[in-house]
Design a binder for this molecule. Structure first.
Ligand SMILES: [Zn+2]
Ligand SMILES: [Zn+2]
Length: 258
């Protein structure tokens, strides 16, 4: 399988995945124009991308959905809550979704997709496990807290894209309104660097080969802090040599083969 994070953060999220005879995007949170540009820059064959999976209906995950669907002639996949929310906002998307069930699984060619529910303050947010029969990838961002279901899904994956949104101290000392700080830290908000490190160290087994830290806050985190928090935690369980990548809002990530 192959993974390339095209963008990650509160201004737009989009992840390219290829495997099992399928190329797809997870989320369409950049403009369609920017998404296509970044695919070109990364050397990705955009004409092969025929599916877009959506995690939830926050703008930073779905802003480019309609135009991107038209440009790529792609099929849209979302659960009922997300599909309904987007259809209400944009009537041109009406009946435009293939709806999946949280907790179910479906296949696109030979790629198995397992959506699973996560706690977050949108209509109905999911994470995904993608499995091509050889490798397993888990994408779990925009999640207020880890749950036992999240831990089960993260376990036994070769690569995990996990939210590492904020440094708790930087968030508390930020100029943000107290209500927003509470929202981010709350059970339906976003995972801190420490939360991400705890999730990974609690679940890591021999199969895990790469960690990608995602959805970093621009004001309340730094790539170095997020990276060091994860590596320090991994060192304590003897896995300090695991490659830890930090996804960026502005820079296209590496194309990771696993
Ligand atoms: Zn988001
Ligand atoms: Zn969100």
């Amino acid at each position: 399988m192959e993974l390339c994070v095209l963008a990650s953060g509160s201004k737009g999220n989009c992840i390219y995945v290829s495997g099992g005879g399928t190329s797809l995007l997870i989320d369409a949170g950049l403009s369609a124009k920017e998404t296509l540009l970044r695919m070109d820059r990364a050397g990705i064959d955009k004409n092969a991308v025929k599916s877009i999976l959506l995690t939830h209906d926050h703008t930073d995950h779905c802003k480019g959905t309609r135009v991107l669907r038209e440009r790529l002639q792609a099929e849209l996949f979302a659960n009922e809550g997300t599909a309904t929310a987007l259809e209400q906002r944009d009537p041109k998307l009406l009946s435009g979704f293939t709806v999946f069930d949280d907790g179910g699984a479906f296949e696109i060619n030979d790629l198995r997709i397992e959506p699973f529910q996560v706690p977050h303050d949108a209509s109905d947010t999911v994470g995904f496990v993608l499995d091509d029969g050889f490798s397993r990838l888990c994408v779990v961002t925009d999640i207020g807290q880890t749950t036992s279901l999240v831990k089960i899904k993260v376990q036994n994956c070769d690569i995990v894209v996990v939210e590492s949104n904020h440094d708790v101290e930087m968030l508390r000392q930020s100029q943000r309104p107290w209500s927003l700080i509470q929202r981010i830290q709350g059970r339906s908000g976003h995972l801190s660097n420490e939360d991400a490190a705890e999730l990974i160290t609690e679940t890591a087994n021999g199969r895990l080969k790469h960690i990608v830290l995602a959805h970093l806050s621009e004001d309340c985190n730094t790539p170095r802090l997020a990276h060091n928090t994860m590596v320090d935690a991994l060192s304590l369980i003897g896995r300090g040599n695991l490659p830890v990548h930090v996804a960026s809002q502005n820079e296209i990530g590496p194309r990771l083969l696993f």
